[in-house]
Design a protein around this ligand. Structure first.
Ligand SMILES: Cc1cc2nc3c(=O)[nH]c(=O)nc-3n(C[C@H](O)[C@H](O)[C@H](O)COP(=O)(O)OP(=O)(O)OC[C@H]3O[C@@H](n4cnc5c(N)ncnc54)[C@H](O)[C@@H]3O)c2cc1C
Length: 341
């Protein structure tokens, strides 16, 4: 019989599981039932026991590794915690969120335990045992894989299933003691990309993409970057949209050109950028070239505003293209949104 362990970790608050962790828990519950496997949940964090409160009603053994050393991501402590949890659960299948915290430690944990790790998992199913669907080569090739090697570690992509919602009795929590190696790394803080505002919101219903056109000379021969910033931030705030960018726009900061201050390479969508998942997307002042639009593959409904009726969006890449001045359109949209509130 397979033994499934779902490894989870806390968010910045230290006391709650991340959404991606709860998605992995949902995967564990579903596959434990499908495969008639046993289920255990492992929680890593400073206050693992309080985070486990979110697992109300779950039919699983709940193990935690708690303490100040586990409050933040660090290779040495996180690998030790995950290794101890896998051993305690005697897991044959290990599901974990593909978060930056776990993605960097799981290959090391798999190696220590003689297992095999798989990344970019988007779906799990039962055939003759467990089979996993994953992407290769920056999401150009999709494969369905099975493995004999155990333990088999699967890093699950965030946003590919609904998160587990606990209801009912809070499970009993077993706290594991972990012997840590000498910790050479001391985490003294987090240095995040320069951003006045949090603009990347993976759970947003709308992706708003800004292209280089926002910082180009407009019909009056002038650049209107201050107005562009106000319009873009106004829309983001009004609808809680996530902000994406074309490569041309984010590259400008390195070329000493006019830039939008809140935009970084983290916002870039496309072949050499991100491939986010949102129900809707609105592209503005962007030409819609193929290396950019490949990053839109998981956006269900696509609209674009461009002055160019011959842009890439017009060639079958958008569901709706507005051939219009994005400054004018977004000013009107923001005014309507403000009036509607
Ligand atoms: C190997 C490789 C990888 C790449 N990877 C990526 C990637 O990951 N992501 C990415 O984005 N690009 C990528 N690119 C670059 C890509 O090919 C394009 O150069 C880039 O996307 C163009 O950005 P843009 O459309 O914002 O700028 P532009 O091509 O300059 O287009 C600006 C658009 O704004 C419009 N515009 C101007 N003013 C207005 C207005 N007032 N209202 C409405 N529209 C207006 C213009 O008509 C124009 O269509 C890659 C290229 C290569 C070679």
């Amino acid at each position: 019989m397979e033994k499934i362990l779902v490894l989870t970790h806390v968010d910045e608050s230290g006391a709650e599981l991340t959404r991606a962790s709860l998605e992995a828990v949902a995967a564990g519950v579903e596959m434990a039932e499908a495969l008639s496997a046993s289920l255990a949940i492992g929680v890593v964090g400073a206050q693992g026991a309080s985070a486990a409160q979110q697992l109300g009603g779950i039919k699983a053994r709940v193990l935690t590794v708690s303490g100040e050393e586990f409050s933040c991501a660090r290779y040495a402590s996180d690998t030790a915690a995950c290794e101890a949890l896998v051993k305690a659960a005697e897991a044959t299948l290990v599901f974990a969120p593909a978060s930056s915290r776990f993605a960097r430690v799981m290959p090391g944990v798999a190696y220590r335990l003689g297992g095999f790790v798989e990344t970019h998992i988007t779906a799990l199913a039962k055939s003759d045992g467990l089979e996993a669907t994953r992407w290769f080569y920056r999401q150009r090739i999709e494969a369905v894989v099975k493995r004999e090697t155990r333990p088999w570690f699967l890093l699950l992509e965030a946003g590919t299933r609904a998160a587990f919602v606990g209801s009912g009795a809070v499970p009993e929590v077993e706290t594991m003691a972990v012997t840590l190696p000498a910790l050479r790394t001391k985490v003294i803080g987090v240095r995040a990309p320069k951003q006045g505002e949090q603009t990347i919101r993976p759970d947003a219903k709308i992706l708003f993409v800004a292209g280089a056109g926002w910082t180009k000379k407009q019909a009056d021969g002038q650049v209107h970057s201050a107005e562009a910033e106000t319009l873009i931030l106004g829309f983001l705030k009004a609808v809680d949209a996530s902000l994406g960018s074309s490569k041309s726009l984010v590259d400008q900061s390195g070329e000493n050109q006019t830039v939008l201050k809140f935009m970084t390479h983290m916002n870039q969508i496309g072949q050499t950028g991100a491939t986010p998942r949102h129900p809707k997307g609105l592209s503005t002042c962007c030409h819609g070239e193929e290396p950019h639009v490949v990053g839109w593959r998981f956006i269900n409904e696509r609209r674009a505003i461009s002055l160019d009726p011959n842009c890439g969006w017009a060639r079958g890449k958008a569901d709706v293209l507005y051939v219009a001045d994005a400054f004018g359109v977004m000013a009107k949209v923001n005014a309507l949104l403000t009036a509607g509130k």
